[in-house]
Design a protein around this ligand. Structure first.
Ligand code: FES
Length: 570
């Protein structure tokens, strides 16, 4: 086959042993859709449609697909939408992270299997864009991301509400007896008032901002509200951009370079973003053979101040960030901390995006480096005898008084154990203890759920305790806050030191020194390790996707990708 017949409809023919017949058959079937020969001879732009009745964060996808199609056609191409898995945070059992790699496999294989010269991926809810970029990186055809965009804020009794930072805060008040069930029913209709992704700087917003800084979406894509007309217009522009990317052969590996990932991680620190951003971008980078150096990321945190004043670290919401200038303005404020020479899907460089920023006067959402929210970045990488391969803490969402703390361990052996005992009046717990949750990591839970935000035991909540040091091998929602150590690696379920902690042991957190330690001798730890047995696998582990997951999932410091999806080092 010549190169000339490897584009558009001619790409990746189905194997019948006769390429000419394969193409003929393809034309026969696709003409059943009513397409003309002229349409079928155009460059084909695939559009990934992740609409699902179970996914309100993607509720605007049908409109976005139509807008992308319009952009593709105006630029002379042929748009073809196709479905993949859609994942919503609260409609994914046991946890959305369990399904992220399945969505990445689906995305990669459907991009590869079907003929397209470029692909527009439309996603938004936490795991979707990471999965799509993992898949697109591996398929490595020109690609551009269109986030669904954030919801507008909610209102209740004169108070502005944001999903889901305020979901947690208000639920905490309900647990403490400060809100009635009737009021919570009313509030449930006000926290997520429009289609779109959570409008605080949670994981979805974090990922969208990082993707814009990575260069894989057009300027403004991260922050335009889901329901605003500009969201439709950026989708249309993304369709047109896909044609250009196809023409120029600008594949993801040319945009997602090591320096581009560094830019994205710089933005992660500057927005006080979700800890999940690190896990997901480690996985995306891993697909291209790029390793995220955790120590370098931590050093980045020392240089990069938190500049964006959004909940949960700050005060405002995504729509305010957008109207203050969004990611381009943030890039401008970050100045030389960003490598502006990196190219983007816009056809220019990141410096071009920053230069075109809307310099809104008097705005208070995006601070200057001379007046940051936090001097150091939001996230810090910890090590110690409890986390030989690192753990993470979101300092900007923690209580300053707990960043250096020593306390007695109160251990929960699993999520079920925590559910059963955390609210018991018999639980032996005090405000200065350290709550420990284990077997909630990538293999242990399985799927590393967002359970690291261990609730304050009810008897302490009633006494007014708002925060405690909590440590686990789980993740945490980007919308959560507290003095919480996450992603302890290796996890307990594979025999990491977290598995050896006993009730009453002393644990010391020193975020300044980047340490998390169990104050038990090496000899005692070794003796406990010799007695340790792995927890039983979950029901159903003998077959299917769960078996694949348990066999292949890597630890948090490798992005929890499947080992067989990470290219071998050359
Ligand atoms: Fe989808 Fe928050 S639940 S972004």
């Amino acid at each position: 086959m010549t190169d000339a017949i490897k584009s558009g409809l001619r790409k990746g023919l189905t194997s019948y042993g006769d390429p000419g017949f394969s193409l003929f058959l393809r034309r026969v079937f696709i003409k059943a859709m009513g397409y003309s020969d002229d349409a079928l001879d155009r460059p084909i732009i695939g559009i990934i449609n992740t609409y699902s009745d179970f996914n309100p964060c993607h509720g605007n996808v049908p409109e976005l697909v139509e807008a992308v199609k319009r952009g593709v056609m105006l630029a002379g191409g042929m748009p073809m939408a196709f479905p993949t898995i859609s994942i919503h945070e609260s409609f994914a059992h046991p946890t959305s992270m369990f399904l992220r790699n399945l969505m990445a496999l689906d995305t990669e294989e459907m991009i590869r299997a079907q003929p397209m010269d470029a692909v527009v991926v439309i996603g938004g809810c936490d795991k979707t864009i990471p999965a799509q970029l993992m898949g697109a990186a591996s398929a490595n055809i020109p690609a551009i991301v269109v986030p669904t965009g954030p919801m507008l804020v909610g209102h209740h009794q004169g108070e502005v509400l944001g999903a889901c930072t305020d979901c947690r805060r208000l639920w905490g008040q309900f647990r403490a007896g400060d809100r009635t069930e009737a009021e919570m029913d009313e509030i449930s209709g006000r926290l997520a008032p429009t289609k779109g992704t959570c409008m605080v700087m949670g994981t979805a917003s974090t990922i969208a901002c990082m993707v814009e800084a990575l260069g894989m979406s057009l300027p403004g894509s991260a922050t335009i509200p889901a329901t605003h007309a500009d969201r439709i217009r950026v989708a249309e522009a993304s369709g047109a951009a896909a044609i250009r990317l196809a023409r120029d052969g600008l594949t993801p590996d040319k945009i997602m370079t090591k320096a581009a990932f560094r830019n994205a991680l710089t933005v992660l620190q500057a927005i006080g973003g979700s800890t999940n951003g690190l896990v997901h971008f480690t996985a995306i980078a891993g697909r291209l053979g790029i390793e995220i150096d955790m120590d370098e990321f931590d050093r980045l945190g020392l240089d990069v101040p938190v500049l964006v004043d959004l909940k949960p670290s700050g005060q405002h919401y995504m729509e305010h960030f957008h109207w203050a200038g969004g990611v381009p303005r943030l890039l401008r404020e970050l100045g030389e901390l960003i490598d502006g020479t990196q190219i983007t899907v816009s056809g220019g460089t990141l410096a071009d995006s920053a230069a075109a920023a809307d310099m809104v006067k008097g705005q208070e959402v995006i601070r200057s480096r001379a007046n940051p929210i936090h001097q150091g970045g939001g996230l810090a990488v910890l090590r110690g005898n409890l986390a030989p391969r690192t753990a993470i803490i979101k300092r900007s969402a923690a209580s300053a008084s707990l960043l250096q703390h020593e306390g007695r361990a109160v251990v929960f052996d699993s999520l079920a154990d925590m559910d059963n005992r955390i609210d018991s009046d018999d639980l032996d717990v005090q405000a200065d203890d350290v709550l420990v949750l284990r077997n909630a990591g990538p293999r242990g839970a399985p799927g590393m759920p967002e359970a690291g935000y261990i609730p304050i035991p009810r008897k302490l909540a009633r006494q007014g305790v708002k925060d405690m040091v909590r440590i686990s091998d789980a993740r945490m929602s980007g919308t959560a806050f507290g003095s919480i150590v996450l992603h302890i690696t290796p996890e307990a379920a594979i025999g990491g030191p977290l598995a050896m902690v006993r009730n009453g042991d002393r644990i010391r957190l020193d975020a300044q020194a980047r340490r998390i330690d169990l104050l038990v001798s090496d000899e005692e730890l070794a003796a406990r390790a010799a007695q340790w047995t792995a927890p039983a696998e979950p029901a159903g582990a003998e077959r299917g996707y769960l078996r694949l997951f348990l066999d292949q999932v890597t630890q948090a410091d490798q992005g929890c990708d499947f080992a067989f999806c990470i290219p071998k080092a050359k």
